[in-house]
Design a protein around this ligand. Structure first.
Ligand code: ADP
Ligand code: MG
Length: 397
């Protein structure tokens, strides 16, 4: 990864600093239901406040598609943000124009304002030059702290970086450093675990990883597609039979790259994915024709634990089983605990991400113990695919 400028190099005292945040938080009936994203923004805002910047926070919320949709206003975020950073937060009803200028002009060094939803204007997603200019008129310095939006080349995530001095915020910096430690310059050997339901959603991830890691563990529903491609009968399991050739291609590519691929050797099977269903552990070559594979089995878990012990770095996306329903969470939880223990001992650098993966690690109670958990969703996956993220590229230099 190329180098990027951090806040350590920014001179912000008395300056208007436009901070691109991701305040697209879960909300229900106008109330914030999960403030994680707001909390993760706090280090950057507190740093800027301490340095006596005039802080102007920009964000999108949902997809109003260029129109003012009242349900998609950022206004309900104001009290939550104020509480998290322990400071007053002014609010402007629009992110550009006279109203925004009035609020920004009134800021004193160390003050904070939040501007209304960027996506109320079409220019945001269009990365439109006139809109970029309108935003840039409100600031002297640009700080991007929204890694989760960095896979989009929008006005506030990419365009602004070319017209104002641009820096990575603390959260962006933490994310980029964690990701670099997992793939760009990792301690070897490196293991990747890829699970989840389908390989069709993760073909680019798998193709990139086989060339970058020493060991690729495939679990979850997508392992069935690989097993089927190797002639294993997976019964009624979720399986993308039409992708057998693609799966064999990935295995071939792994072989050429010297990447060892590890597939489950046993499985927990049941008639279907429902609470209280009867389950059995079977050898992977003995899956009954009328049963579904819903988790990796105990022998597979032991193999993985052993291999983890020999690795220095782990990158994990995708649960190993249908963890939402017990007891099919057992494989994922066992590995989560093993990863947490190794990380705790200082023996492993562990980086994980993905919507369901984060939920599974939270449910396993280990999220605090991993080296880094990315909540960036789409941007995290695109990074795992080896793609260049426009919002990150724009900060390089
Ligand atoms: P993430 O959101 O972390 O990227 P995915 O969305 O790719 O992960 O995959 C998560 C989903 O995969 C979960 O809903 C889980 O139930 C499902 N899954 C895992 N293993 C199986 C399986 N053996 N059969 C069916 N679904 C599975
Ligand atoms: Mg998912």
């Amino acid at each position: 990864m190329a180098s990027f400028k951090t806040l350590d190099r920014a001179n912000v005292e008395g300056k208007r600093v436009l901070v691109r945040a991701d305040l697209n938080v879960p909300m229900k009936e106008g109330r914030v239901t999960d403030a994680t994203r707001i909390e993760r923004l706090a280090p950057t805002l507190k740093d800027l406040i301490a340095k006596k910047a005039k802080v102007v926070v920009l964000s999108h919320f949902d997809r109003p598609k260029g129109k003012r949709v009242p349900e998609m206003s950022l206004k309900p975020i104001v009290p939550v943000l104020a509480k998290v950073i322990g400071a007053n937060v002014a609010f402007a009803d629009d992110c550009i124009g006279a109203e925004a200028k009035r609020i920004v002009d009134a800021l004193q060094p160390g003050d904070v304002a939040l501007l209304e939803n960027l996506r109320y204007h079409n220019g945001e997603e269009a990365n439109d030059a006139a809109f970029i200019k309108d935003l840039a008129a409100l600031g002297d310095v640009y700080v991007n702290d929204a890694f989760s939006a960095a896979h989009r080349a929008h006005a506030s995530t990419e365009g602004l970086a070319h017209v104002l001095p641009a820096y990575a915020g603390r959260q962006m910096q933490a994310e980029l450093e964690a990701l670099a430690s997992a793939l760009d310059n990792p301690k070897k050997p490196v293991m990747a675990i890829v699970g989840g339901s389908k390989i069709s959603t993760k073909l680019d991830v798998l193709n990139n990883l086989v060339e970058r890691v020493d060991l690729l563990v495939i679990g979850g529903g997508m392992a069935n597609t690989f097993l089927n491609a190797q002639g294993v009968d997976v019964g009624k399991s979720l399986c993308e039979r039409d992708l057998a050739g693609t799966a064999r291609g990935i295995l071939e590519k792994a072989k050429k790259a010297g990447c060892e691929v590890v597939l489950p050797t046993d499985a927990v099977v049941a008639e279907g994915l429902k609470d209280g269903v009867a389950t059995a552990v079977v050898d992977i070559k003995a899956v009954p024709a009328d049963k579904m594979i819903l988790d990796v089995g105990p022998a597979s878990v032991r193999t993985l634990e052993g291999k983890l012990g020999g690795c220095k770095t782990l990158l994990w996306n995708g649960p190993l089983g249908a963890f939402e329903i017990k007891p099919f969470d057992a494989g994922t939880f066992a590995i989560a605990k093993a990863v947490a223990a190794l990380t705790d001992k200082g023996a492993l650098i562990s980086v994980a991400g993905g919507g369901d993966t984060v939920a599974a690690l939270n449910a396993a109670g280990v999220s605090e113990k991993l080296t880094y958990i990315s909540t960036a969703g789409g941007a995290f996956l695109e990074w795992m695919e080896g793609k260049e993220l426009p919002g990150v590229k724009a900060l390089e230099g």
